[in-house]
Write a protein that binds this ligand. Sequence first.
Ligand SMILES: [Cu+2]
Length: 118
Amino acid sequence: MTARARAAALLAGAAALTGCGGATEAPPEAAPVAARTVEVTMPLLRFAPRTLTIRAGDTASWRNTSAVTHNVKGRIFFSRVIEPRQSYRRRFDEPGRYPYRCTFHPGMDGVIVVRRDA
Ligand SMILES: [Cu+2]
């Protein structure tokens, strides 16, 4: 097998893994939609974007791009401490509105909006 063929086989395997959406089986008539990981950064004392809209099944990844410690606390999730250059990820399977904040910095807040089809 050539290096190019090996790379193509690896990519196909990765696509199959990320495309299955975990344990939930899609109905046969539904077109498969690959789940995504979408990033929120933390420049200084805010979340960017402040409102992030994703699809059900996607993962939000908060990456601390500042020089100080932050966290991400919502009603059903809590990152604990996120040091500079570290990330916290959470997958959202249920459509809805998920406000969150950093408990260290008053006013540092955001919301994840999860849609069935975003
Ligand atoms: Cu903070």
